[in-house]
Design a protein around this ligand. Structure first.
Ligand code: IPM
Ligand code: MG
Length: 369
């Protein structure tokens, strides 16, 4: 049987702790017939400390060669004053850009057991199942110029550039429409066409793509600010949301909180299918960050990280039954009352990162028995 090559990049803060739980999950599946091999690399502050750069060329080469990358989190106050180009986030952005991972899938699902953990009323989020499709390699994150110039009059000027070409909008819209067809067949596109010409083009291209190839899907457009408002007002109106890099960053944090905690949201970042093999480059990472404030305390929630591995099973390896099993194990552990601190109600007993990982493994065992 062919081996599936994973590159694990734990990163900084809680990254290594939550990655340790994923390794146990990988071992569990391997003991039952899957054939994952993994290597590890450094990214973010960890890479900076070791190599003076946010990711080494050697680890970039490993990333290019992997079937999938499993990524923890990067960043922390320790690296606040490193040169901008070497900041921990630069490692993550380089991976996204160099591997062409333009499609970022961020599902926000409300687990029944956590309906009470949301800051919104239970009836608003019970049964919530949204998929945010965020454009990940364009827009203001990468547009040039991106600089601070000294105006030599005591003032400085900072410029970031928001830029989108037709093909970039088209391909992300296609991903969103395709995925909508496997769900409730509804896409809401969000931009700011009322103030940004990039929003104007975004709107135009999404509409044209819809008309040309996807007229069976229901399409709606919303200004991104109104979209943010609707997300907290009536989140269940959405099925798939497609939006640019920056709005997608913000809106997915909002959507994450609807589900109770940022610690619950996984993501998949996919490239275009390879012309020969049909395989997509892919990276899987939790939506949350490195949480340096709780790093090392055993309080981190490993669920977003483990659910990111479930997305890898589903999207990179077509192991649908395995992905379903892992997601069910997570859901069962929650049903049994397992709560890390971030998802516990006041006074509720909490478990550690490791205990949550063990509980999920126990549920896997029970399901497989
Ligand atoms: C995310 C993160 C990243 C982003 C940071 C860490 C660069 O917030 O993946 O949502 O802004 O894209
Ligand atoms: Mg973010």
């Amino acid at each position: 049987m062919a081996t599936n090559k994973l590159l694990l990049l734990p990163g900084d803060g809680i990254g290594p702790e939550i990655m340790a739980e994923v390794k146990k999950v990988i071992a569990w599946f391997n003991a039952r017939g899957t054939n994952f091999e993994f290597e590890e690399g450094l990214v973010g502050g960890a890479a900076y400390d070791a190599h003076g750069t946010a990711i080494s060329e050697e680890d970039m080469a490993k990333a290019q060669a992997a079937d999938a990358i499993i990524f923890g989190a990067v960043g922390g106050p320790k690296w606040d004053s490193v040169p901008y180009d070497c900041r921990p986030e630069a490692g993550l952005l380089r991976l996204r850009k160099d591997l062409g991972l333009f499609a970022n899938l961020r599902p926000a699902i409300c687990y029944p057991a956590l309906a009470d953990a949301s800051s919104l009323k239970k009836e608003l989020i019970e049964g919530l199942d949204i998929l945010i499709v965020r454009e990940l390699t364009g827009g203001v994150y990468f547009g040039e110029p991106k600089e601070i110039t000294d105006l030599e009059n005591g003032q400085k000027r900072a410029v970031d550039t928001q830029v989108y070409d037709t093909y970039e909008i088209e391909r992300i819209a296609e991903v969103a429409f395709d995925l909508a067809r496997t769900r409730d067949n509804k896409v809401c596109s969000m931009e700011k066409r009322n103030v940004m010409v990039s929003g104007l083009l975004w709107n135009e291209v999404v509409s044209a793509t819809h008309a040309a190839k996807f007229s069976d899907v229901t399409l709606e457009h919303m200004l991104a600010d109104a979209g943010g408002m609707q997300l907290v007002r009536r989140p269940k109106q959405f099925d798939v949301i497609v939006t640019d890099n920056l709005f997608g960053d913000m809106l997915s944090d909002v959507a994450a909180m609807l589900t109770g905690s940022l610690g619950m949201l996984p993501s998949a970042s996919l490239g275009a299918p390879d012309a020969e093999t049909g395989k997509r480059k892919a990276m899987y990472e939790p939506v949350h960050g490195s949480a340096p404030d709780i790093a090392g305390t055993g309080a981190a929630n490993p669920i977003a990280m483990i659910a990111s591995f479930a997305m890898a099973l589903r999207y990179s390896f077509q192991m649908i039954a395995e992905a379903d099993l892992l997601e069910k194990a997570v859901s069962n552990a929650l049903d049994k009352g397992m709560r890390t601190k971030d998802i516990a109600k006041e006074g509720e007993a909490t478990v550690s990162t490791e205990q949550m990982g063990e509980a999920i493994l126990a549920e896997l065992e029970a399901l497989a028995a």
